[in-house]
Design a protein around this ligand. Structure first.
Ligand SMILES: [Zn+2]
Length: 165
């Protein structure tokens, strides 16, 4: 497998910008806009239990993608109560199995970025079977570059994931 950027080369490296310190506040942290997850501004959950909610994305290109959020408003793994941190492994395995059951999925990639909002959520992206140019960090770049599919298709695929949970 060789990593291939979803852009024609040559790309030209550039310098990073000036560092912004302090960084601008994120959604859901003091001084920032309200938390979209707590405020119900996101897609509705297709599955939930006592600890977690599972949501389809919007404006995406890979059906089967979902994001998992904690019910409690905490920022990252470091902030999860021990019980939830342990439970994350259980629920992540269930999400992974459910996405794999869709078929034509080689692997399920997990990404926790946390740069947009301060409410714990983890992305699960299916790497399409045979898409060997998109291993590792290449998959989110390809996801961003490929044409979006209708939100209804993303939601329907997420419902199929939820049905396997
Ligand atoms: Zn929140």
């Amino acid at each position: 497998m060789s990593m291939t950027l979803p852009y024609r080369e040559p790309l030209v490296p550039r310098e990073p910008g000036e560092r912004q310190i302090p960084e601008p506040p994120r959604r859901g942290e003091p001084g920032g806009p309200p938390c979209g997850i707590c405020g119900g501004k996101t897609t509705s959950a297709v599955w939930s239990d006592d600890n977690w909610t599972l949501h389809p994305p919007v404006k995406g290109s890979l059906p089967g993608s979902v994001w998992l959020a904690s019910r409690v408003h905490v920022d990252s793994f470091a902030d999860l109560p021990d019980e939830l941190a342990a439970d994350f492994g259980r629920v992540a395995a269930r999400v992974e199995r459910a996405i794999l059951s869709l078929g034509d999925v080689a692997r399920v990639h997990l990404y926790r970025w946390g740069d947009g909002g301060a409410h714990f959520h983890v992305w699960f992206l299916p790497r399409p079977l045979g898409m060997v140019e998109a291993p590792g960090m290449m998959l989110p770049l390809w996801e961003d570059t490929l044409p979006n599919v209708p939100d209804e298709e993303l939601a329907a695929a997420a419902e199929r994931v939820a049905a396997q949970m």
